[in-house]
Structure formats: structure tokens, C-alpha cells
Design a protein. Structure first.
Length: 283
């Protein structure tokens, strides 16, 4: 059944998704993923989030607020509208900017802020949250930790007034927004900041972009020479790739045993493709 607002009118939502430049995104994943893979994961998270959101029957449009050109191209290709982060003053300013831009075009729009780091997002669960949000002037969904917020909604005529970051659950509740208390919407609550968060998202089942990116970053130690500290890794598709002493030393390892699961970074193309970083898998 199509959700209706408090005035009885049908509600469809425009989601505003903020995404900082990929080089600065998800810094708490650096220890687990490295800077290059971390940026790629941040983009994959956003792609899976936006893709699932656009599939929602209650979503009219997804507006991504970002200055990152690669993210802009990739998310636009999925069907999102890209809005430059002209305030450049952080997360909440970007969200307020996005909501204003939406309502400058459609003053009666129902808008909702959605985190960009929900790689396990399931459309059917987002539908349930948006249906519940239609009952309130402003509403929010707490994250899996019960401290932050993953979604904040504002019905037509209500200001979004975002207060994301840190203990935002308390701030949004104090601002008068109603908390959405639903069971069975774990994927909408499961944002990813740390390796532990990522493991939890993988357990729920991440989307295709994140799944492919994680596969590119993993392999199995195949050979290892303790004298030269060089060897090779088998990718999950069975392709062997060599690593040299520098790649081994970059990972901070003392020893590697064939058969161990490893996290890798790869450079080059075709026959020149090689592992430039290898360490034990941490997620």
C-alpha cells in the first residue's frame, strides 16, 4: 500500500545522499584496507546504497551531494542526480544544501537524508522505513550501534534540520524528530566505518559493487620464499600473481604460509599485473 502523509496525501521521497571526496572518505578503514582500496570501497558502498535506493517504489529521486568527479560519474550512471557541494562546510551543511536544492524545484517535496555507506542496503527494508517515516513531520532511524543516524526524513513543509555525526541519535530526538522503531530493517541501520562494521555488512549480504571490490582485494598465499621474502598469490578466480620483497615488506609481515588468506593491492595491467602490497586478511 502506498504510504500517505498526515494530511492524507500520497508520499514519495527524494533522498539526499552526501558523499565526501573519495580520497578523504572512510579513513577509519585505512588500517584494514589501505588508502587506495579504502577509496574504492567508499565508492562501492555509495553505488550499492544509491542503486538499492533508486529501486525503492517510494523513492522519486536520489540527489547525491558530492564534489568527487569519479563518484559523480559513476552514481549519475546509476540514475542519481549529482549536486556539487558548494557550501563545502561538512556533512550537515551538504545535506541542508541538498534539501534546499530539491525544494527550490519542488517546494512540496518530501525529503530524506540517507547515509552513503550502506553497502548491504535492501530495497524492501528501505521501503518499510520510508513507509513509517510518512507518519511523521520529521523522523529518523538510528544506526546499528544505537548511537548515530542512518536516515532522517522531513515531510512537506518541515525542515530537514540534519544533525549527523557522532551521537546524532540523541540530537535528532532532542530536535523533535520521531524515532522510527522497526524490526527487520538491519540493512538500513548497517553503516560502515570500521573493519568490524564491514564484516557485519558482509554477513548481511553486501551489494554487487562492494562484493566485487572485496573480491579484488583478497587472495590466498600460493608460494613464499623466506630467503627472498617473495612469492605469489592466487586470486579467487585461480589467477596467480607474483609479489616481490617490497610488496611483502610493505605489509609488515614476518612470515607467510601457503594457504593463508591475504589482503592485497594490485597494480599494472595484463601480463604486467602484480601484487604491490600483501598482508593478512583483517575483514
Amino acid at each position: 500500500m502506498r504510504p500517505v502523509g498526515r494530511n492524507g496525501a500520497p508520499v514519495t521521497w527524494t533522498l539526499v545522499v552526501p558523499l565526501k571526496p573519495l580520497a578523504r572518505a572512510k579513513t577509519r578503514l585505512s588500517d584494514a584496507a589501505g588508502d587506495g582500496p579504502r577509496a574504492s570501497l567508499a565508492l562501492a558502498f555509495a553505488q550499492d546504497t544509491v542503486g538499492a535506493a533508486l529501486a525503492s517504489r517510494w523513492v522519486r529521486e536520489v540527489t547525491v551531494v558530492t564534489d568527487d568527479p569519479l563518484a559523480g560519474r559513476e552514481l549519475s550512471a546509476l540514475g542519481a542526480r549529482i549536486l556539487p557541494d558548494s557550501p563545502g562546510l561538512g556533512l550537515n551543511a551538504a545535506l541542508a544544501h541538498g534539501a534546499r536544492a530539491v525544494r527550490e524545484e519542488r517546494p512540496g517535496a518530501a525529503v530524506a537524508a540517507l547515509n552513503a555507506d550502506l553497502p548491504a542496503l535492501r530495497t524492501v527494508e528501505l521501503d518499510l522505513v520510508l513507509e513509517a517515516a510518512a507518519d511523521f513531520s520529521r523522523a529518523f532511524l538510528a544506526d546499528a550501534a544505537g548511537v548515530g543516524t542512518t536516515l532522517l526524513s522531513a515531510a512537506p513543509g518541515a525542515e530537514l534540520a540534519p544533525a549527523f555525526g557522532g551521537p546524532s541519535r540523541d540530537r535528532h530526538r532532542a530536535s523533535g524528530a520521531r524515532e522510527i522503531e522497526l524490526a527487520g530493517v538491519d540493512s538500513v541501520r548497517r553503516d560502515v566505518d570500521t573493519a568490524g562494521d564491514l564484516r557485519a555488512a558482509v554477513a548481511l549480504g553486501v551489494g554487487s559493487h562492494t562484493r566485487a571490490r572485496l573480491a579484488d582485494m583478497q587472495g590466498t598465499a600460493y608460494t613464499y620464499d623466506p630467503e627472498t621474502r617473495a612469492g605469489s598469490v592466487l586470486l579467487d578466480d585461480g589467477t596467480p600473481l607474483p609479489f616481490d620483497t617490497a610488496a611483502f615488506d610493505a605489509g609488515g609481515l614476518r612470515m607467510l604460509r601457503p594457504g593463508q588468506r591475504v589482503r592485497i593491492e594490485v597494480a599494472g595491467e595484463g601480463e604486467q599485473r602484480r601484487v604491490v602490497f600483501v598482508t593478512l586478511q583483517t575483514f
